[in-house]
Design a protein around this ligand. Structure first.
Ligand SMILES: [Zn+2]
Ligand SMILES: [Zn+2]
Length: 375
C-alpha cells in the first residue's frame, strides 16, 4: 500500500490526464476545425505534439505501465482517432501523414518514458522513492496544481511571443509554427520549473516536520537513531528515520563524468546520420538509390520540423538514459565512494546500514535489499 497521499495525487493526475484526452478527442473531431495559418499548415506539428502529450498523460496516469503496452495502445489510439475523424465528422479528411506525425510524437514520448524509468539497485530506488513521496505530497493538494497551471499558461504566452519575434527575422517566417513551438517549450519549461520549486519546498517541509510518507502526519522522532523505523500512529506506515535526514548531494564532478559518455554517443549517432545523408545525396543521380534530397524537399517545412523534433527527441532520450544509468551506478556504490566528495569509504563503520563520510560529513547507505518499500 502506498498511502493516502499517493492515492490522492494519482486521482488528481488521472483527472487532469482524462480531461486532456477528452479535449484532444473533441478537438480532433470538431467539424471543419482549421487553425488559421495563412496557407502554411501546422496540422502535422499539432498531431505530433497532441498525441505525444496524450501518450505522456496516459503514462503519468499509470493507465499503461509497460512501455510496449503504452506504445501499442497509443499507436492504436492515434490511428482510431484519425479514422473516426474522417468517417464521423464532416469537413475533415483522413490523412496517413497525420497519423505518422502522431505516431512519431508517441514514439518520442515512449522513448523518454523508458529513459526516465526507475533504475539501479536499492540505494537508487530509495532516492527515487523519496522524490515520488515528495511529488505525491505536493500533487495531492489542489493549490499546487493551480500554480503549476498558471505558470504553464504564462510560459506559453511568453515563449510564444519570444519565438514569434525571433521567427520574424528568419528568411521564411512561420508565425503559427513559432507560436506553437514557443508556446509548448515555454509552457512545459515554466510549469516544470514551478513543479521543481514546489517539490524542493515540499521535501524540506517533510524533513523539518518529519512527515509520514503515507499520510503526511508529523511524527515524533526525538531521540531516535537514524537507522530506526517508526510506525505512523495515523496510517500505520513504517517510516525510516534516515529518510528525514538531508539527501547527500551529488558532486559536480560525478554529474559531469556521468553525462560525458552519453553525450559523446548521441553526438556520434547524429554524425552517422549526417554522413549517411551526405552519402545518399551524393548518389542521388544513381537510379538505383532513393533520392533522399528530393524526398526531403518534397516533404515540406512542416514535416521536416516533425522529423527534426523526432530525431532530437530520440537522441535526448538516449542521452538521458545513459546519464541516469551512470548516476544510478554511482549512487548504488556510495558505500565505497562518497557521492558528495569522492572520498574512498571502503571499510568504514556503519550502523544499521548507514554511515558518515569522514571527509565531508554526508550520509552514505549500505543497504543491499529494498528495505524502504512499505508493506
Ligand atoms: Zn501516516
Ligand atoms: Zn564525502
Amino acid at each position: 500500500m502506498q498511502g493516502s497521499l499517493h492515492r490522492l495525487a494519482l486521482r488528481n493526475i488521472r483527472l487532469v490526464a482524462g480531461f486532456y484526452l477528452l479535449v484532444l478527442i473533441v478537438m480532433t473531431h470538431w467539424p471543419k476545425l482549421q487553425i488559421v495559418t495563412d496557407g502554411q499548415p501546422i496540422d502535422k506539428l499539432m498531431h505530433f505534439i497532441g498525441f505525444g502529450l496524450a501518450a505522456c498523460a496516459v503514462h503519468v496516469a499509470q493507465w499503461c505501465v509497460r512501455w510496449w503496452v503504452l506504445l501499442l495502445v497509443m499507436f492504436g489510439f492515434t490511428f482510431l482517432d484519425e479514422v473516426t475523424q474522417a468517417t464521423l465528422s464532416i469537413g475533415r479528411v483522413y490523412s496517413f501523414a497525420d497519423i505518422v506525425a502522431g505516431w512519431l510524437g508517441v514514439l518520442v514520448v515512449v522513448a523518454l518514458a523508458v529513459a526516465f524509468r526507475p533504475m539501479g539497485g536499492a540505494c537508487s530506488r530509495l532516492r527515487g522513492q523519496q522524490w515520488l513521496d515528495g511529488a505525491a505530497s505536493l500533487l495531492a493538494r489542489p493549490s499546487p496544481w493551480m500554480i503549476i497551471f498558471m505558470s504553464g499558461a504564462l510560459g506559453a504566452l511568453v515563449g510564444g511571443v519570444i519565438l514569434v519575434t525571433l521567427d520574424g527575422y528568419y528568411p521564411r517566417p512561420h508565425p503559427a509554427r513559432a507560436m506553437l513551438l514557443g508556446g509548448l517549450v515555454g509552457s512545459l519549461g515554466l510549469a516544470h520549473w514551478t513543479f521543481e520549486g514546489g517539490l524542493r519546498r515540499e521535501l524540506r517541509l517533510i524533513r523539518q516536520q518529519r512527515r509520514c510518507a503515507g499520510c503526511g502526519a508529523p511524527q515524533e522522532a526525538e531521540g531516535l537513531s537514524e537507522d530506526a523505523m517508526l510506525s505512523c500512529p495515523t496510517c500505520g506506515r513504517e517510516n525510516r528515520v534516515i529518510d528525514w535526514a538531508p539527501q547527500t548531494p551529488l558532486s559536480k564532478g560525478l554529474l559531469i563524468h556521468a553525462i560525458f559518455r552519453p553525450l559523446l554517443t548521441s553526438g556520434f549517432c547524429l554524425l552517422l546520420l549526417v554522413v549517411f545523408w551526405g552519402v545518399m545525396v551524393g548518389f542521388r543521380n544513381d537510379p538505383r538509390v532513393v533520392d533522399f534530397d528530393l524526398w526531403w524537399r518534397q516533404m515540406g517545412y512542416e514535416s521536416q520540423a516533425v522529423m527534426d523534433l523526432t530525431v532530437g527527441g530520440l537522441l535526448a532520450a538516449l542521452t538521458i538514459n545513459g546519464f541516469r544509468r551512470r548516476v544510478a551506478k554511482a549512487v548504488d556504490l556510495q558505500a565505497s565512494r562518497c557521492l558528495a566528495c569522492g572520498q574512498d569509504l571502503h571499510g568504514l563503520p556503519t550502523s544499521g546500514g548507514f554511515g558518515r563520510c569522514p571527509e565531508c560529513g554526508q550520509w552514505f547507505s549500505k543497504i543491499e535489499s529494498d528495505v524502504c518499500s512499505p508493506s
